[in-house]
Design a protein around this ligand. Sequence first.
Ligand code: ATP
Ligand code: MG
Length: 786
Amino acid sequence: MSSFDENDAFEAAAKPSLSARAMMAARPATYLEGLNPAQREAVEALQGPVLMLAGAGTGKTKALTSRIAHLLNTGTARTNEILAVTFTNKAAREMKNRVAKNLGQTVEGMPWLGTFHAICVKLLRRHAELVGLKSNFTILDTDDQKRLLKQLILAANIDEKRWPARLLAGVIDNWKNRAWTPDKVPVGEANAFNGRGIELYAQYQQRLKTLNATDFGDLLLHMVTIFQDHPDVLAQYQRWFKYILVDEYQDTNVAQYMWLRLLAAEHKNICCVGDDDQSIYGWRGAEVGNILRFEKDFPGAKVIRLEQNYRSTPHILGAAAGVIRGNEDRLGKELWTEAEGGEKVRLIGHWDGDEEARWVGEEIEAMQVGTRGMAGMSLDDMAILVRASHQMRAFEDRFLTIGLPYRVIGGPRFYERLEIRDAMAYFRLAVSQDDDLAFERIVNTPRRGLGDKAVQTIQLAARQNGVSLVEGARICVDNAMIKGKGGKGLGDLVAGLDRWHAQLRAEADTHVELAEMILEESGYTDMWQTDKTPEGPGRLENLKELVKALESFENLQGFLEHVSLIMDNESDEAEEKVTIMTLHAAKGLEYPAVFLPGWEDGLFPSQRSMDESGLKGLEEERRLAYVGITRAEEICTISFAANRRVYGQWQSQLPSRFIDELPEDHVDVLTPPGLYGGGFGASASSHLEEKAARADAYNSPGWKRMASRGNLRAQQSPNEARNIVIDLDAVSAFTQGDRVFHNKFGYGTIMGIEGDKLDIEFDKAGAKKVVAKFIVPAAKAGDVPF
Ligand code: ATP
Ligand code: MG
């Protein structure tokens, strides 16, 4: 189901909206005063096509939102006559806020400010019948979409193992991004999906119609079709949307581009802003060419270039420019700033990924308090931007351990991901066969031919005998109550659950080995291995991450408790938090302090992207690096690790080639903790020399060779000495009423004990549930330097 706000926007026109004339009288145009001449030109040129083509942080979005304010303030347009499009919900919210700020009041209405999808769903509800749908159509999520495709694949007698639904979904999405309905897919694509792609696409569209449903790609595709086939409808909207504005135009795909061009064809009041150097969605069909041919599409367009950057320090800009210079296929723009001074971009290497996460955590805490003569920073002002979502896990775990609040944007937090929840359900069942919820989750994942009916049979057997679902399943198996493939599948599952449970009790293998075995034997890993879509490999990597996370726990139970606590401790939204997100999700955003971890070849630039798209892929990765660095206002920290566990194997990593491209003048190489730290010959007299040698070593190819051989010494970080040493013996000694100390939450009193979970009323932080091993008796904390 759709989660879009589908208020009828046209009806909103009848409601009192901003009365333009009244506003003009009431509000002097203060928003114009803060603009530079080029921005002002873009804001004031209200009529005709305008293209703002400019680098990061030059105030494109600022100009765009000022332009909306200006349209309203001058009475040129009413809120519902402005169509303003951007890419993410977060960006849309941000845009709305900026318009309101410009006008000095909240903006009622603006019904057509949103993402392409949100706007198209509103439009399609009004005209659904023109593409054979009813206005109450449902929007399928990707799981539903794949289920439907799978039915079609099976019905067509195609081996779904070799040609999985996920692959077909990718092919079809791609075509939809190009605005190809089944009859418009060009002959050159005839070989797609083993030669059956086009035919299955047509069947799929037919099925969707019968179900009165669309997928996400349809929202745009149907609207383009409607506009093309029904000139009267198009004309109506051309009249409605007097002014069109588009942010991040470099990332529009063909369907979005056509949709915009159709709408703007009549009045041509379209203002697009973008940066070719920030085009990062080529893999999803974005065409950077759209921005480059704007002048051809709209002859006489006013093209405005902005070069002054208001976001970042000169060093940050210099570093970003150095990296993006490596791309051949670009227009080439130079940025400058009036800002002076500031820290150089900081570069640091670590022994491994966990060490990297530990260091970042410490650094964030130091920044929060204030460090190197700088005032303390809010956690809201710091962001960690990763290339791959599996990188998040190490940070999330570390931050949970030290009690550092964080939020994950643009995706679920690690332990909330589908594949992680599935895997955890298997682990839970290995621990306890009474866990009915876990059983329901995995009974048919991967598919074992157990449909709704089979599951009902199991439930009935369990209920009638007053036993758990696993026992119910055993009864069904023993009495052959479920026939065919499903019966065999259930038999295998029950046998597997028994085996894993027995193995866990016998402690024959380590819990890490057992976890790997469970994922293997249940067919769960295999399910994602045969997955050919862009998400498949990411999910596999997340599973490997999960197994890796297990290593720091003594057993499976301990780990499961840790995770249940994480889920429990959902903190409130008002609290300050560090942001963790992917580089892709960070587009358009800015933070005073940015951490860019994992700059290692293969991880970033991503090997997959280079394998699939060669030089083009590498250039897109480089643009992503540019996007990452230019998110930072004051402090930008790039890091890499010499070792990383990839697919369960430790691998020596080479620093990213993008690191070589960072201009030396703009980079400060930091002392790697754990590399030469602690007592490693650190006599006071040689300290400076050693520091210089370290910096050199890091810059030199020698370091890289060294790193690649995994030949670095891991030693304890000097910073680590600050951490409280946990006294495990103390855990059992806790009783209710004890005064205790937690690294982050401070002092508190134990109110209740449940296994090794403690309910603690902290003096400052309030009530929290915490694992006992993160707690020390208050008396012991007395000599800790906090
Ligand atoms: P990106 O390419 O990353 O999307 P952008 O070009 O959209 O960047 P903005 O986000 O609009 O840039 O602006 C970057 C920062 O510079 C913002 O904090 C904005 O408020 C500030 N800024 C923009 N123009 C000016 C100006 N003329 N005077 C002062 N600050 C400005
Ligand atoms: Mg922007």
